[in-house]
Ligand binder design. Structure first.
Ligand code: A2P
Length: 256
């Protein structure tokens, strides 16, 4: 347990019957970079179960926030989803991950492409004003099957632009592009298809990807990551890592 601290649940929000988020207290010594993940631990029958979760809160916020699926018979989330205010969870002391801006070469536009709970690390990134200093624009895309799975849509479109400290930079630099694949919505289709056909760039009025100007972070379902990687590699983009920066970086969305 020495790699973990015990924290207290402060709020729980159920978005749908398969998606929820929660906040918990933050250890004073806990530091992380926007985009990283850490371990969450739960005690089940005197055993500790651990899963990786991206931090959805900004690194300067007082509390920690996480976004999770609910898998009905999943050993972890079938329990995690029943968390209540005042319950205890364990939080790993050592955050890590590849979705950090230092793993990218300098560029003009930062694209954050997510599906499902892959949105989580990007919530942390879009609240980090230091990241806006590095780019002219940040484009966040979120693809889900259904409209009600577009978690944080109102927060991103209504609340963040009014944020007392970062509202101005959000209004100037952040573009949010939600898309839905299985029911009618203002934007429809998989992000990979929208990229391939060029519709994404037409709709946003932004020049298509070039490895010279665009930097990309991907987080979501393994199939989306596979297809997007293929597309980007075909355009000559190089994948970055914690040892060598590149044009794009990848993390799978954690499920459990
Ligand atoms: P689709 O509804 O067409 O499968 P999931 O809930 O399965 O994790 O998927 C989340 C979102 O990611 C869905 O909107 C899904 O679209 C989309 N998706 C699934 N596979 C791919 C892929 N290979 N490329 C792009 N998007 C994908």
């Amino acid at each position: 347990m020495s790699n973990l601290t015990q924290q207290t649940i402060l709020s729980v929000h159920h978005w749908t019957n398969t998606l929820f988020s929660f906040t918990c207290t933050r250890d004073l010594g806990f530091r992380f970079e926007s985009g990283q993940f850490t371990m969450i631990g739960l005690e089940v029958n005197n055993k500790l179960l651990l899963r990786a979760y991206s931090l959805a809160s900004a690194n300067y916020e007082e509390n920690l926030e996480f976004l999770s699926v609910k898998v009905q018979d999943g050993p972890f989330t079938s329990r995690l989803q029943h968390l209540k205010i005042g319950d205890k969870v364990y939080i790993g002391k050592k955050p890590t991950g590849t979705l950090v801006v230092d793993n990218l070469l300098p560029g003009k536009t930062l694209w954050l492409l997510s599906t499902g709970t892959g949105l989580a690390p990007f919530l942390s990134i879009i609240k980090d004003w230091e990241i806006y200093d590095r780019y002219d624009k940040i484009v966040l895309t979120h693809t889900c099957r259904f409209v009600n799975e577009l978690a944080y849509k109102e927060y991103i479109t209504l609340h963040l632009p009014m944020h007392e400290h970062i509202g101005e930079i959000i209004r100037e630099k952040l573009i949010y592009f939600p898309t839905v694949t299985r029911e009618p919505f203002q934007n429809r289709g998989r992000i990979t298809e929208l990229m391939e056909t060029g519709r994404l760039f037409t709709l946003l009025g932004i020049a298509p990807f070039s490895s010279e100007n665009n930097r990309i972070m991907l987080c979501g379902s393994p199939n989306m990551l596979r297809d997007a990687r293929k597309l980007l590699n075909g355009l000559g983009f190089l994948e970055g890592s914690n040892s060598v920066p590149g044009h794009y970086v990848v993390e799978k969305a954690f499920v459990g």
